[in-house]
Write a protein that binds this ligand. Structure first.
Ligand code: ADP
Ligand code: MG
Length: 247
């Protein structure tokens, strides 16, 4: 039912003789929420950096939509539809929420500023920006600058500017980090909505949210896959529990 959209095969990364990621095999199925968890230093961020081509692997291959992207540049991978939050979509603190989303949309279009001067295009741009802002529940903040947003809303804006790039797979690195209870609930609901027509791979420490949101969880320990499956399966794994208690 769900075909594999993103795959790592024997992914390995060594830093000066230290193996941070060791022969990791990962299959992310289209349309799912897939979480990558593990104790500090397990290699989660390194796997993200490898998948988005910010780091070259020592060994292994990465396939996206059946295509080998191992040798591709980050920008080309993003153009194909594999986008990490904050990768291309910077949030400009002194621009308003609306302006930030418009800039992200314009950059995605890759068209010149002049194109958007045409009345109809400007209208389309505004409509699209407004819809994205609505989608992340930022409508009341439309006219505020990014700098004025509370922390959780700022992260929502970052998700909006990433969505502006219309990614097929969105990688989120600790989307709930530093959030209070209310923002966590709001952002979890947002991730769920985003996943309705996209694929999400996220690194997240909040286990109850991971349990609630994820179709599949991959547990990393010391650079290796320790366990994989739905939460009900992974949480019954004694080694997984030990890995968490041990830190
Ligand atoms: P996690 O995100 O799971 O906490 P990381 O992927 O950041 O783990 O790190 C995995 C291991 O690789 C850690 O031991 C870390 O110190 C090491 N590491 C990460 N990046 C580098 C680097 N650029 N140079 C050397 N060691 C690194
Ligand atoms: Mg990390």
């Amino acid at each position: 039912m769900h075909d594999t959209i993103l795959e790592a095969v024997g992914l390995t990364k060594e830093f000066k003789g230290f193996t941070a990621v060791k022969e990791v095999n990962l299959q992310v199925r289209r349309g799912t929420i897939h979480a990558l968890i593990g104790p500090n230093g397990a290699g989660k961020s390194t796997v993200f950096n490898l998948l988005t081509k910010f780091l070259p692997p020592t060994a292994g291959r990465i396939l996206f939509k059946g295509r080998d992207i191992t040798a591709m540049r980050p920008a080309d991978v993003a153009r194909l539809g594999l986008v990490r939050s904050f990768q291309i979509s910077a949030v400009f603190p002194h621009l308003t929420v609306l302006e930030n989303v418009r800039v992200a949309l314009q950059r995605h279009q890759g068209t010149s500023f002049h194109f958007w001067k045409a009345e109809s295009s400007l209208h389309a741009l505004h409509e699209r920006a407004t819809a994205l802002i609505e989608a992340v529940n930022l409508t009341p903040w439309t006219g505020h600058t990014a700098a004025e947003l509370p922390y959780g809303r700022k992260r929502a804006l970052e998700i909006a500017t990433t969505l502006a790039l219309d990614p097929e797979v969105m990688l989120l690195d600790e989307p709930l980090a530093g959030m209070g209870h209310e923002d966590i609930e709001r952002t979890a609901a947002l991730i769920k909505r985003v996943a309705a027509d996209r694929t999400i791979l996220m690194v997240e420490h909040n286990l109850s949210v991971v349990a609630h949101l994820s179709d599949t969880i991959t547990v990393l320990r010391r650079g290796e896959v320790l366990a994989e499956g739905p939460y009900a399966v992974v949480s019954r794994n004694a080694e997984v529990m030990e890995a968490y208690m041990g830190t």
